[in-house]
Design a protein around this ligand. Structure first.
Ligand code: ATP
Ligand code: MG
Length: 391
């Protein structure tokens, strides 16, 4: 079985997942249990100017903020899993001749050299077998997913965590973390029967598309059950909506962000939405209809990127029917985004439900807050799950 998608059977240690995002630093703390028990899900804005292209450029400033966040919420677990920025991560599915697991390391490195756009000696390389060698005929090929990131990017993440007093145990990819957190949706696993009632989930054999939209980066993944078919960065993220508003209305970034959060919709605003969102006459220039016109081209780019990624997959691997689409990351909270994607591509789209993978009943967290921020916490929860599994 794929280690990127490990079962939640016998987690033995507490762990935290730390995502240092361009917009917010997020921490999810889990205690062992089956499923693991959620103890904290907290976030704080990332210091302005401390990140570039998803990478921390002011390690001390970010570490201080992270340290304060942990202290404020009395989070004492030191074992931490974090992720490299999507901008630094590359994954590819590759075929290798059938061989024993122990011989794979060298073979994969050699194969990876052909696909990874960085010098192979300057990357951290990891892989996971998607096929069991014992199921493959003698002369057959097996599929593996390889993940690579510049060693420099990995070292930067480790440095920030250490400066905050943490002990980094795994540096993962955000795309894999999102898939791990959404296994309730993707596998229809009845981890938490109460909350699964009425929730979307994929049936056996169906293909799901997961779109994680962060502030500065997004990833599209295709999965069939536990099998990763593709994970690919796409060039449109939630900050692009803010930047479009910034330009159109001549605002600074944070004022444009307020306009986005207050008035933006991903579908033509209805009259009710106009009335509801446009209560303040002095802000009439930000009417939902005007705001929608400004962000519409960015939405168009997002749809184009999704189409392009599917085309890329089809060229490589053949046709595929998308049965379900789950969106995650703060960008998924744009009003009406599920419907907009659904209308454009004809897919069934829903915001993912990460909390299906954990017990939340005894948590010292407010369930309203968890539901409202499920999208942002998808990646850090997936990171924390990796931590409680790798014992
Ligand atoms: P990255 O992973 O790209 O470095 P991040 O992890 O900090 O960034 P998230 O926390 O997932 O990003 O998402 C933040 C983004 O989501 C911001 O661009 C923010 O404006 C956007 N966002 C959050 N809530 C909403 C909302 N209600 N409507 C529209 N956009 C929203
Ligand atoms: Mg993010």
């Amino acid at each position: 079985m794929s280690s990127l998608f490990q079962r939640l059977m016998s987690p033995r240690q507490s762990a935290i997942g730390v995502e240092i995002g361009t917009s917010t630093i997020k921490v999810v703390a889990l205690r062992p249990g089956a499923p693991p028990v959620l103890q904290h899900a907290v976030m704080v804005p990332t210091p302005i100017g401390s990140m570039r292209d998803g990478l921390v450029i002011e390690p001390q400033a970010v570490a201080t903020e992270l340290k304060n966040l942990l202290a404020e919420h009395h989070i004492t677990t030191r074992q931490a899993v974090t992720a490299v920025p999507n901008q630094s991560a590359v994954t590819r599915n590759i075929m290798v001749p059938r061989m024993e697991r122990k011989d794979l390391q060298e073979a994969i490195k050699w194969e990876a050299e052909r696909y990874i756009p960085y010098p192979i000696d300057e990357v951290n390389l990891d892989f996971d077998l998607l096929d069991d060698p014992t199921d493959i005929p003698e002369e057959g090929q097996m599929e593996a997913v390889i993940a690579a990131a510049p060693s420099e990017a990995v070292a930067r993440q480790v440095e920030v965590l250490r400066l905050a007093g943490l002990e980094p145990t795994v540096v993962d990819l955000k795309s894999f973390a999102a898939l791990r957190a959404l296994r309730g949706n993707l596998l229809g696993e009845h981890l938490n029967k109460q909350t699964l009632v009425g929730t979307n989930y994929t049936e056996a054999g169906e293909v799901a598309l997961v779109l994680e939209i962060g502030a500065s980066s997004s990833v599209i993944s295709l999965v069939r059950g536990e099998r990763i078919l593709m994970a690919r960065n796409i060039g449109v993220a939630a900050d692009d909506f803010t930047t479009a508003l910034q330009k159109a209305f001549d605002l600074d970034f944070s004022a444009a962000e307020d306009v986005k959060l207050g008035y933006a919709t991903a579908t033509t605003p209805t009259e009710d939405e106009e009335d509801l969102l446009n209560f303040d006459l002095s802000r009439e220039q930000y009417s939902p209809a005007r705001v929608f016109e400004v962000i519409r081209p960015v939405l168009g780019d997002l749809i184009t990127e999704i189409r392009r990624s599917l085309e890329f997959y089809r060229v490589q691997s053949g046709d595929v029917v998308i049965d379900r689409t789950f969106i995650a990351g703060g960008g998924a909270k744009l009003r009406g985004l599920s419907s907009a994607i659904s209308d454009a591509l004809g897919f069934r789209v829903a915001v993912g439900s990460p909390w299906l993978s954990v017990q939340t009943d005894q948590a010292n967290v407010d369930t309203g807050y968890l539901q409202a921020n499920a999208a942002e916490f998808t990646v850090p929860l997936g990171l924390a799950l990796r931590g409680v599994q790798s014992s």
